[in-house]
Structure formats: structure tokens, C-alpha cells
Design a protein around this ligand. Structure first.
Ligand SMILES: Cc1cc2nc3c(=O)[nH]c(=O)nc-3n(C[C@H](O)[C@H](O)[C@H](O)COP(=O)(O)O)c2cc1C
Length: 177
């Protein structure tokens, strides 16, 4: 099983990437292949809506976005990892999601498994994660993704304040996915 993690935090050792590492440990313990794509530190551009791709072709940008799309087309599971930024995913992650446009039909036809790993400073669910949870419901439904689990870490503004239970939950998600 091949897993691609789209990691949308600019902090290489921040909270969401700490949980991503737990996920990877769990997945590797079960013999799964995982690749983390550090979206915040690569050459990638936002979709310009030019429609050059026609939703089923190549993107006009000659950047890493195309390589990532090819990796997604070869994987079995996609994981969306991000901090909460103003009650949404980070722009680094959203930029890659928008780039799905060039391969929407092909990605949709794969019926990929998908999971979410997110961290936030706030300690409540509805206010902090209500919007993103609905967003992923809709995105998964549109892209024909099979929901494999979501980690929404609350009270996790820094690595030191992040409750340990999230490490365990994310490790298990990686093992069982
Ligand atoms: C631009 C920005 C926006 C943020 N917006 C929110 C927010 O809306 N709600 C929240 O609880 N935390 C918010 N935070 C805090 C981060 O979600 C939190 O510190 C998270 O742990 C950072 O994850 P990272 O270490 O993986 O980058 C924000 C932080 C930044 C820098």
C-alpha cells in the first residue's frame, strides 16, 4: 500500500508534522510505504483557473505540482495534514488541493482512501473544526474519497502543549489505514 501525505505546515518540526511522524511510524510498522510531501518548502504555484488542463490533462505550470499529481495517481491513500489557519486548512495545503483540478477525473476514478491530520491552538471542536470538517465531508464526497479517519488535535498550539493522546491516535491511524 502506497500512502502520500500532503503536509501543509511551514514548521518542519511543528505540531502537525509531529503527528505526521506518528502516522508514518504506525504505517511503516505495518509495512506500508509512505511519502511525505512538504508543501511549504517546494516550488509550487496556485491554480490560475486558465483551464489549459481541461480538468483532465497537464497543468501549464512546470513545477512540483505536476510530480505530486502523478504520485497521487500512483498511490492508494492520501493524507491531508495541516494546522488550522483561520478556521481552514493552510494556504500551502489548499494550493495543492486546487491543483487537483488538472487531474480531477483521474483522481476521482481511483476512489482513494483519505485521512486528515490537523492541529489547532483552540480547545473546542465546533468553533475550531466545524468548518474544516464540513469542508472535508464535501471534498471527499466530490473526489470519491473513502474516509479512513480524521485527527483533529485541540489545545495543540505548540508541540509541548499538544496532549499525548493525539500521538497515540495518529499512530493507530497509520497502523490501521
Ligand atoms: C496564520 C495562523 C492562523 C492560525 N489560525 C488559527 C485558528 O483559526 N484557530 C486556532 O485554534 N489556531 C490557529 N492558529 C494556531 C495554529 O493552528 C497552531 O499553533 C498549530 O499548532 C500550528 O501547527 P504547526 O506547528 O504544524 O504549524 C493559527 C496560526 C497561524 C500562524
Amino acid at each position: 500500500m502506497k500512502i502520500v501525505v500532503l503536509a501543509g505546515s511551514p514548521h518542519k518540526n511543528g505540531t502537525s508534522n509531529t503527528l505526521v511522524n506518528e502516522f508514518v511510524k504506525g504505517a511503516k510498522d505495518k509495512g506500508k510505504e509512505v511519502e511525505i510531501i512538504d508543501l511549504a518548502h517546494i516550488d509550487i504555484h496556485p491554480c490560475m483557473g486558465c483551464d489549459f488542463c481541461g480538468m483532465n490533462g497537464n497543468c501549464r505550470w512546470q513545477d512540483k505540482g505536476n510530480e505530486i499529481l502523478n504520485k497521487i495517481l500512483e498511490c492508494d491513500v492520501i493524507v491531508f495534514a495541516s494546522p488550522v489557519y483561520y478556521y481552514n486548512v493552510s494556504s500551502q495545503l489548499k494550493m495543492m488541493i486546487d491543483r487537483f483540478y488538472a487531474k480531477t477525473i483521474k483522481i476521482t476514478n481511483k476512489n482513494l482512501k483519505a485521512a486528515v491530520i490537523m492541529t489547532a491552538w483552540n480547545n473546542d471542536y465546533e468553533f475550531t473544526y466545524g468548518v474544516v470538517d464540513k469542508y472535508f465531508d464535501t471534498l471527499f464526497s466530490y473526489m470519491h474519497f473513502k474516509d479512513a479517519g480524521r485527527i483533529y488535535a485541540k489545545g495543540s498550539g505548540t508541540v509541548s502543549m499538544m496532549p499525548k493522546k493525539y500521538y497515540e491516535e495518529t499512530y493507530k491511524l497509520g497502523r490501521n489505514i
